[in-house]
Design a protein around this ligand. Structure first.
Ligand SMILES: [Zn+2]
Length: 363
C-alpha cells in the first residue's frame, strides 16, 4: 500500500500506519475542540485513540499468530482510520483453520476486556444513576480512561463478530458453511450477506456515523473481490502453467538495441521479453522499461533488462503463480521444463485462459 509509515516489526510482522490515520487524529481533536475541550482533554482523547489502536494491533497479531500455527505468514498489519488489516500470504482454506484464525482476533479483545475488568470497578459504574455516571465519566482519571477502553474493546468484539464477510464474523460464517458445502457456495452466501449488511451500514452511516459509510464500502468491495478470487481459484484448480503459457515468444539477446526491441513490440502483440545468452536466461525486459527507454535507440538490452527475476516450472499450478503476481514487481515469468525455456506466462494470458475455461464450464 502506498503512503504508509513503517512503525517496526513485531513477531515477524511489519506494522504500518496509513497516512489517512493522521486525519482520524485531527478529526478527534476537532470533535474535542467543538465540545469545548481544552488542550488537556484533547491530548487525552488522542491518547485514547492511540491506545485503542494498540488493542487493534494486538487483535490483528492474534489472527497472525494463529495463522502462523498453520504455517501461514502475515507480512504486514496496516492501520487505517477504520481499523486494522492483516495481510496474510494466503487465507487458510481448511474450514477449521479459517474458523480458528478468524476467532483469534476478537479473542484477544476478550482477554483485554477481562484484564481491564480486574482494575476497573465497572459494576459500581453501572449501579450509579445516569446523572452521577455522566459526571463521573466526564472526569479525566486513569480509571475512567480504562473504563472507556474496556467498553471500546467490548464494542470491537461485537462489531467484528457481525457476519459481514470479509469481517471476522463473516469469515466465521463462511468457515461454518464450508463444513457443509463447497467453498465457492459458502463464499457466495457469506459474501451475499456481507454485501447486504454493507448496504445497511451505508444507510446507517448517513444517520449516525460517517465511519460506517467507509466500513460499508470496504466490506462491499472486499466481499466482491474475495468471492471472485475463490471462484477463480476453483476454476483454475489443477491446471498447470504449461496449459496457459505463451509458447511462441521472441527471445532477445543482450546486445540487441532498443530500436530493434521497439520494432519488435510494434510488429507483434508481445509486451515483455526473455533475454537469452548462449541458451541461458540472463534477464527479462519489461514493457514499462521498453517505454521508459524507447527514446534511446542505441541503448542495448543488457542495460535495460531486469537481472533479478523469478522463473516458474511448467508443472507449477496456475493458482500458485497467481500468488506470485501480488508479491513480485514483475508480472512476467519465463517458464522452464527440465530447466529448459519452453515459454512465458503473464497475467494477461492467465486472464485469457480463465475467460475460455469459464466459457466451457458455463456451456
Ligand atoms: Zn479481526
Amino acid at each position: 500500500m502506498k503512503g504508509v509509515l513503517k512503525l517496526g516489526r513485531i513477531l515477524g510482522t511489519s506494522i504500518e500506519v496509513h497516512w489517512t490515520f493522521s486525519l482520524l487524529l485531527l478529526w478527534i481533536a476537532y470533535l474535542d475542540f467543538q465540545r469545548g475541550g481544552n488542550l488537556n482533554s484533547t491530548l487525552i482523547s488522542i491518547a485514547f485513540v492511540l491506545v485503542l489502536f494498540l488493542c487493534v494491533v494486538l487483535h490483528e497479531l492474534g489472527h497472525a499468530q494463529m495463522a502462523k500455527r498453520f504455517k501461514i505468514n502475515t507480512k504486514k498489519i496496516t492501520l487505517l482510520p477504520i481499523g486494522g488489516v492483516a495481510t496474510m500470504e494466503k487465507i487458510p482454506e481448511k474450514p477449521k483453520q479459517e474458523l480458528l484464525v478468524a476467532i483469534a482476533g476478537p479473542a484477544v479483545n476478550v482477554v483485554i476486556v477481562l484484564l481491564l475488568s480486574l482494575v476497573v470497578p465497572f459494576r459500581t459504574y453501572f449501579s450509579l444513576d445516569i446523572a452521577n455516571l455522566e459526571t463521573l465519566l466526564r472526569t479525566s482519571t486513569l480509571e475512567v480512561f480504562l473504563f472507556y477502553l474496556l467498553m471500546a474493546n467490548v464494542m470491537l468484539v461485537i462489531f467484528n463478530l457481525i457476519p459481514a464477510f470479509p469481517m471476522d464474523g463473516g469469515r466465521v460464517l463462511r468457515a461454518l458453511l464450508s463444513f457443509k458445502m463447497d467453498r465457492v457456495n459458502a463464499t457466495s452466501i457469506a459474501a451475499g450477506l456481507g454485501q447486504f449488511l454493507a448496504i445497511l451500514f451505508f444507510i446507517l452511516g448517513f444517520i449516525f456515523n460517517p465511519f460506517l459509510i467507509l466500513i460499508a464500502l470496504f466490506i462491499f468491495i472486499g466481499a466482491q473481490s474475495e468471492y471472485q478470487m475463490v471462484k477463480q481459484n476453483a476454476l483454475l484448480k489443477g491446471f498447470k502453467a504449461k496449459e496457459a503459457m505463451l509458447t511462441k515468444i521472441s527471445l532477445l539477446k543482450p546486445n540487441d538495441t532498443m530500436s530493434e526491441v521497439v520494432k519488435l513490440v510494434l510488429d507483434s502483440t508481445e509486451k515483455d521479453f526473455v533475454v537469452v545468452d548462449n541458451e541461458n536466461i540472463v534477464g527479462v525486459v519489461l514493457n514499462k522499461d521498453i517505454i521508459k527507454y524507447s527514446d534511446k535507440p542505441s541503448m542495448t538490452v543488457k542495460d535495460v533488462m531486469q537481472t533479478t527475476f523469478k522463473t516458474v516450472d511448467a508443472s507449477e499450478e496456475i493458482n500458485k503463480i497467481f500468488g506470485l503476481f501480488g508479491n513480485e514487481r514483475n508480472g512476467f515469468f519465463p517458464v522452464l521444463e527440465n530447466k529448459k525455456l519452453v515459454g512465458a506466462i503473464d497475467l494477461t494470458n492467465i486472464s485469457e485462459f480463465i475467460v475460455f475455461k469459464s466459457k466451457i464450464i458455463q456451456t
